[in-house]
Design a binder for this molecule. Structure first.
Ligand code: SIN
Length: 175
């Protein structure tokens, strides 16, 4: 067993990991794409008015950030992390491609289709309206989207779904 764990973040974990790590670097996972298809009852919405946050669905690839975490730190932080991601996410093991082309065994929080908070696909404008009007204990749903879009730009990562929603929500907020 290695003395560290690699965690792949593709949503709030990119810009707010709140997790002590040895290093963080741009990374990619294959076979999945990021979508705002997961309901948020506990961070960006409420059970009676969920916001929308990201999960992974089958697709080509997803760019994000890989965090290398000391295994001892991981063991102490895991409970807190599982609590943070408790609204339908489960941990799965996936290979992560690091920037220099190296592949490492990694862990990803993934909200599978049909979990209790899953919302699934909808027209982009409908998703944008839900994001524009939702907020929860962690703040406005729109800020989650804007933080993510900005973090992806910093990474030079392209994600048509996220950038389209960002534009739509900005238009809704100014109209
Ligand atoms: C992640 O960031 O990797 C999982 C989804 C989230 O917490 O936004």
């Amino acid at each position: 067993m290695t003395d560290s764990v690699w965690l792949f973040g593709y949503g709030s974990l990119i810009w707010r990991p709140e997790l002590p790590h040895r290093r963080a670097e741009p990374a990619t996972i294959r076979g999945y794409e990021r979508r705002f298809w997961q309901g948020s009852h506990d961070h960006r919405g409420w059970p009676h008015s969920p916001g929308r946050v990201v999960t992974l669905v089958p697709g080509t690839h997803c760019q994000g950030v890989a965090f290398e975490i000391d295994r001892l730190v991981w063991n102490t932080e895991l409970e807190r992390l599982d609590h943070r991601e408790k609204n339908g996410y489960e941990r799965i093991d996936l290979p992560i491609e690091l920037a220099e082309g190296l592949s490492v065994d990694g862990v990803v929080y993934f909200a599978p289709e049909h979990n209790f908070a899953y919302l699934g696909d909808a027209p982009a404008l409908e998703i944008a309206e839900q994001i524009a009007s939702s907020e929860g204990p962690s703040g406005h749903n729109a800020d989650y989207l804007f933080e993510l879009a900005e973090a992806l730009r910093q990474l030079d990562a392209h994600d048509a779904h996220v950038f389209e929603l960002e534009q739509l929500v900005k238009q809704l907020k100014t109209s």
